[in-house]
Design a protein around this ligand. Structure first.
Ligand SMILES: [Zn+2]
Length: 169
């Protein structure tokens, strides 16, 4: 009986997860191979919202994607590609990576969030309303800073999520 309950629980979990809308964490958009896959997804209207990273996370792009682009070059490519998505009625929200264990001061965290939001507004003409934290890691400072900036924190269980870089694997 307990096992049956367990099974029903698992089935229910997978079914609710299956029907959740799909969102993407957009991190490797500046890599041409990934960009080709992003365009396909966008044209098929598979993705409800794109939670996009901005050039303020330049160090992250260097470490995780070994990019040879300068920050300026990267910003230019990202802007062009995000604009392409916007022209096709895709919805963009904000995604910022801090550290894996939130080893960051309130001030630095606030600066990153503010600069990322400002970049979206200035370069893309988009005012983000929602925010996803990198690796789903955040602390009480994050919550306070997001509140001050009118950004809603989206948690892990809300949507089904994919990473753009997994589209080429
Ligand atoms: Zn991420």
């Amino acid at each position: 009986m307990t096992y049956l309950k367990y099974l029903i629980g698992r089935v229910r979990f997978h079914l609710t997860n299956y029907f959740k809308p799909l969102i993407a964490h957009t991190e490797g958009i500046f890599i041409d191979e990934i960009w080709e896959q992003i365009k396909k997804k966008a044209l098929k209207k598979d993705i409800l919202k794109w939670y996009v990273m901005t050039p303020i996370n330049y160090e992250y792009f260097k470490v995780f994607f070994n990019t040879k682009y300068s920050k300026k070059e990267l910003a230019k490519i990202m802007k062009k590609r995000y604009k392409w998505l916007l022209e096709r009625n895709q919805r963009l929200e904000l995604h910022v990576h801090f550290n894996k264990i939130m080893n960051i001061s309130y001030e630095n965290q606030e600066e990153m969030i503010k600069n990322a939001k400002d970049w979206m507004m200035k370069e893309l003409g988009v005012k983000p309303k929602e925010f996803i934290s990198g690796w789903w890691v955040y602390n009480k400072d994050t919550i306070e800073i997001l509140r001050k900036n009118n950004l809603k924190l989206i948690k892990e269980n809300k949507y089904k999520a994919i990473h753009d870089y997994n589209l080429i694997r």
